[in-house]
Write a protein that binds this ligand. Structure first.
Ligand SMILES: Nc1nc2c([nH]c(=O)n2[C@@H]2O[C@H](COP(=O)(O)OP(=O)(O)OP(=O)(O)O)[C@@H](O)[C@H]2O)c(=O)[nH]1
Ligand SMILES: [Mg+2]
Length: 140
């Protein structure tokens, strides 16, 4: 049995996260996680924790405004998964965002960059992302 902070894994709260696969043609927009964060230094699909009063869609719109300064105007469910890191359990709701308003920039000091699918598949991502990257490769 794994015990973290005195709690067994099943007692841990699941952290619900909305994350955006932002696609424009053959390009995808990624953020680089700041070094001091969980899974720091890796590339990610922009997004963050869903607050208790929010829907996935609402949380994602808010996170993209906070992190990139853009407003998502078209999004759909792409994939959902649960992953156990040694220190926490996350439930990730990946949304496909194909339309947005505004010019993306790293509002929190993070690097933000467009990548082709081929480039994206060579980058380091958080461990939880493996299944969604395989889906992106074949479906998008
Ligand atoms: N945004 C994002 N988070 C991911 C991905 N994959 C993944 O495992 N995560 C994990 O999900 C959690 C999301 O946290 P976050 O740091 O983005 O949350 P947040 O924006 O609300 O940050 P804050 O709590 O500092 O305000 C982190 O533990 C992160 O490691 C991903 O592709 N995108
Ligand atoms: Mg975030």
């Amino acid at each position: 049995m794994t015990i973290v902070n005195g709690k067994t894994k099943t007692e841990q709260k699941v952290i619900r996260v909305a994350a955006a696969i932002i696609q424009q043609g053959d390009r995808f927009l990624l953020s680089k996680r700041l070094d001091h964060l969980h899974q720091g230094g890796k590339w990610e699909f922009p997004g963050g924790k869903i607050e208790s009063t929010e829907s996935v869609a609402t949380a994602l719109v808010r996170e993209l405004q906070e992190e990139l300064g853009i407003t998502a105007t078209h999004q759909s469910d792409f994939h959902e998964l649960v992953f156990d890191y040694p220190e926490k359990r996350v439930q990730l709701y990946f949304q496909l965002v194909t339309e947005f308003n505004g010019e993306p920039e790293g509002k929190e000091g993070q690097a933000v960059q467009w990548f082709s699918k081929r480039e994206l598949l060579t980058l380091p991502f958080p461990d939880a992302n493996k299944p969604v990257l395989a889906m992106l490769e074949t479906q998008l």
